[in-house]
Design a binder for this molecule. Structure first.
Ligand code: F0G
Length: 432
């Protein structure tokens, strides 16, 4: 059966052509997913082919997404737009493991991507589909990273990127990237959730291709984070994969990737997913821990602006993936995020605030006994340390405050000191 789009709602499951321009099911309004074909080659054969591709110099094989193209819904004649995304390292971090209450902790650092976040894994596929459909303009609403990534990939493909961002609530690093990559940038006076509704209307009215994670091709590309992780682990699944949750596209992508790897015989079992949200923007945590009807958070607040989302569009997919993996959802405070972030920095690794929710969540989950000390854990750091330098400076100099104005304690602060141009004075300072 060729690849196709499928409604995610179990009661509907309507099917559409893979090249239909759709972001939700016209019949029931449900989310859509791409169904990939069962690969012609065996898991063993593909494992070997994928390893060999790492030594090839063609752009497609060098990409940590397109290397795994047998599990993506694109035909052989696709001409991908790639910036050599993926290829992100697994980094062991003993000090962070200790802080998190684990014997061992490995980070998969998506901040090593071309625009510094995991969004590049998804955007290479989203923009490739936009080109395949003959689209000229692409748009997204973003807390920053999606817009930086879309701007880069759209410009690389010769398309016009139009981005919508919440005015005053994204880091300058991310805004700067969008401007530099040539995106038409609209700073809207509303929050992420409100702007997403606006952009969906505009995309339909103006025939602009929407590249938020509601777009199923974005999710397909982000599956490759898991393919590459398991490839790097020689296909031995960890016990847990921990990630931050905002709009919940990544949770959906990780779960789908794991289910496909199990179905096609690459792994013997599925690791448990642990999704961590910021306390002030935790509708998914609330749904997971209290049950009942889904309800959004009207005014989400967190300094981890990447995950400042109150109405995550992919929650039905994410909930299904949490259930399928016997996973958990946790929430962490601003102080816990800030301290965990400083610990990841001290491990010589560094990441942006949203990414540090992972280590803060691990610390909480091990303390509660949900994750045990000897379990094997991979945490996904979603963004680069330089995405939000303002936050770092404020933390280390004791100036960081929560969105409601309460001080955040600079527990692991590292103050710069002013020194006179005097060797004796400086020598005395260094010896004291
Ligand atoms: N971490 C970072 C650094 C992010 O930028 C995001 C999302 C997430 C985690 C959460 O991922 O939405 O798939 O649950 N950023 C989006 C953006 C929303 O617009 O850049 P998610």
């Amino acid at each position: 059966m060729p690849a196709e789009l499928l409604c995610f709602e179990p009661s509907c499951r309507a099917r559409y052509n893979i090249d239909a321009v759709l972001y939700s099911c016209p019949k029931c309004g449900g989310l859509l997913e791409a169904r990939v074909e069962t690969p012609a080659e065996s898991a063993d054969a593909l494992r070997t082919i994928w390893r060999q591709r790492r030594t090839c110099n063609t752009p497609l094989d060098q990409s940590g997404v397109w290397r795994y193209r047998e599990l993506l819904p694109f035909g052989p004649n696709t001409r991908p737009t790639t910036l050599r995304e993926g290829n992100t390292p697994l980094l062991d971090a003993p000090r962070a493991a200790e802080y998190g209450g684990l014997e061992r902790l490995t980070f998969k650092h998506q901040g090593f991507n071309p625009t510094g976040s995991f969004k590049d894994n998804g955007m290479t596929c989203g923009v490739t589909q936009a080109v395949r459909l003959g689209m000229k303009r692409v748009a997204c609403v973003s807390t920053g990273n999606t817009s930086a990534s879309m701007a880069a990939y759209a410009s690389a493909a010769g398309l016009d990127p139009i981005i919508f961002i919440p005015h005053g609530n994204i880091s300058y690093g991310k805004l700067a990237q969008a401007l530099e990559y040539g995106a038409r940038t609209l700073q809207v006076e509303a929050n992420f959730d409100q702007i997403l509704a606006l952009v969906r209307t505009l995309a339909e009215r103006l025939g602009i291709y929407l590249l938020n994670s509601i777009n199923p091709f974005r999710i397909e590309g982000q599956k490759a984070i898991i393919f590459e992780m398991l490839d790097q682990l020689d296909w031995n699944p960890p016990d847990w994969i921990v990630l931050p949750g905002g709009n919940l596209g990544n949770t959906s992508a990780f779960g789908k990737a794991l289910r496909e790897l199990l179905e096609f015989g690459f792994i013997p079992r599925i690791p448990r997913l642990a999704v961590i949200q910021a306390e002030g923007a935790a509708p998914f945590y609330r749904l997971f821990s209290h049950g009942g009807e889904y309800s959004s958070v009207a005014a989400p607040e967190t300094l981890a602006t990447a995950i400042r989302i109150g109405d995550p569009v992919s929650w039905p997919k994410a909930m299904a993936e949490i259930r399928a993996s016997n996973g958990v959802v946790e929430r962490v405070s601003e102080q816990e995020i800030a301290d965990a972030k400083a610990q990841i920095g001290r491990a010589g690794i560094g990441c942006e605030p949203a990414s540090a929710a992972t280590l803060a969540g691990i610390r909480k989950l091990t303390a509660a006994g949900a994750i045990t000390r000897e379990e094997r854990v991979v945490a996904v750091l979603t963004g680069n340390v330089l995405k939000d330098p303002d936050y770092i400076y404020r933390y280390h100099t004791g100036q960081l405050k929560t969105p409601s104005g309460a001080p955040i304690h600079s527990t692991f602060g590292n103050q710069p000191v002013v020194a006179p141009n005097d060797p004796d004075h400086i020598a005395a300072m260094l010896e004291s």
